[in-house]
Unconditional design. Structure first.
Ligand code: PLP
Length: 348
């Protein structure tokens, strides 16, 4: 079954000869426009970040087409995931998820004396909205849906997700974690931010850590009703993030060139890696993200150890599945060559 397993490669130090494809980081680096803006901002670090946060929220508001009052920033969307739980979860409440999904959700209920309720998709990898609907009770307070999903890379049908949100009872708050939505190849794929205006308790979370290549600065945001945003801001503090991160994130939103280059590399390399892994006999879950979840049909822990012994770090999930982040062509090739060696030796 699905296990939360963080040992091994997560803590690996980046460096020469290390292929770090274990944490869904952007291997193209950071948006150059963001780096430039952050360098400039350093000279203002003696000042509280009021105007830089206001500017960031304004830029986000334009980007998502929502009023500024519906936006708040965090030190990474992970802090947003935590703030939502802190705002809404009381003892005996239920937090509902469809497994396997993002690790952080699993740790939330225990912190607040709440209960984790897990459903499983029929195919073991996709988010099952019918199963989630059927599992809602009077005690359900929060539902976390990661779309596209980490670690499996699967994407929901937007119409079905929209209907699911419309049909939610009023006592339920639903988080749509869109950390990976920028990697969806279809540019017309809709964000669920539009649902925020429909009077539903929906919170959309987004991050600058992925396509903008800014995981190290810790900046993410929520889009939700004014009422919910007021509540989340009270938890994350009046600023939510710092001046340098806010300047970098605001500039990144305008760096169309970097965004497109990152997306193009990812789309091309995702297709290549998927095809090559299949040629090696792996079962590959079709991915809409910057990583691929696959079953190599061999001992996955031994496979990880072999890769690590060659300086290639990916992520373990279960006896069946492992996940590789999509990197630059040379990194992906090194990963493919190395896992190919292991599969040839061990899996036949
Ligand atoms: N949500 C998902 C699904 C993620 O995979 C991650 C990070 O990997 C996050 C949220 C948190 O990202 P950050 O805190 O860097 O914004």
């Amino acid at each position: 079954g699905f296990q939360i397993y963080t040992a091994g490669g997560m803590m690996v130090k980046p460096g020469p000869g290390i292929i770090k494809l274990n944490a869904n980081e952007n291997q193209m680096g950071s948006s150059p426009k963001a780096l430039e803006a952050m360098e400039k901002e350093l000279s203002k670090c003696n000042l509280y970040p009021m105007e830089s946060i206001t500017n960031l929220k304004q830029k986000i508001a334009e980007h998502v087409g929502m009023p500024v009052s519906c936006i708040t920033a965090f030190n990474g969307s992970g802090a947003g995931i935590q703030a939502v739980a802190e705002a809404f979860l009381n003892p005996d409440d239920e937090l509902l998820i469809c497994s396997p999904t993002y690790m952080q959700y699993y740790r939330l209920p225990a912190q607040f004396g709440a209960k984790l309720v897990e459903v499983f998709g029929k195919d073991g990898v996709s988010t099952d909205l019918d199963a989630l609907s059927a599992a809602i009770t009077d005690k359900t307070k929060l539902i976390y849906i990661c779309n596209p999903n980490n670690p499996t890379g699967t994407l929901l049908c937007p119409d079905k997700l929209s209907t699911f949100i419309d049909d939610l009872p009023d006592h339920v708050v639903c988080v749509i974690d869109e950390a990976y939505i920028d990697w969806v190849a279809d540019d017309s794929y809709p964000s669920m931010v539009s649902k925020v205006l429909c009077g539903k308790n929906v919170i959309v979370l987004r991050t600058f850590s992925k396509i903008y290549g800014l995981a190290g600065i810790r900046c993410g945001y929520a889009v939700a009703s004014e009422e919910i945003i007021t509540c989340l801001s009270a938890i994350s503090g009046i600023f939510g993030t710092n001046r340098v991160a806010a300047a970098g994130a605001a500039a990144a939103l305008e760096d169309k060139e970097f965004y497109k280059a990152a997306q193009d590399n990812n789309t091309e390399q995702r297709a290549y890696l998927s095809k090559e892994l299949e040629k090696l006999g792996c079962t590959v879950v079709p991915s809409s993200t910057s990583f691929i979840y696959f079953a190599p049909h061999c001992d996955t822990k031994e496979c990880m150890s072999y890769l690590e012994s060659k300086g290639v770090y990916i992520r373990y999930f279960s006896e069946e599945y492992i996940r590789v982040s999509i990197g630059l062509p040379m990194q992906n090739q090194k990963f493919l060559d190395t896992i190919g060696e292991f599969i040839e030796k061990s899996c036949v």
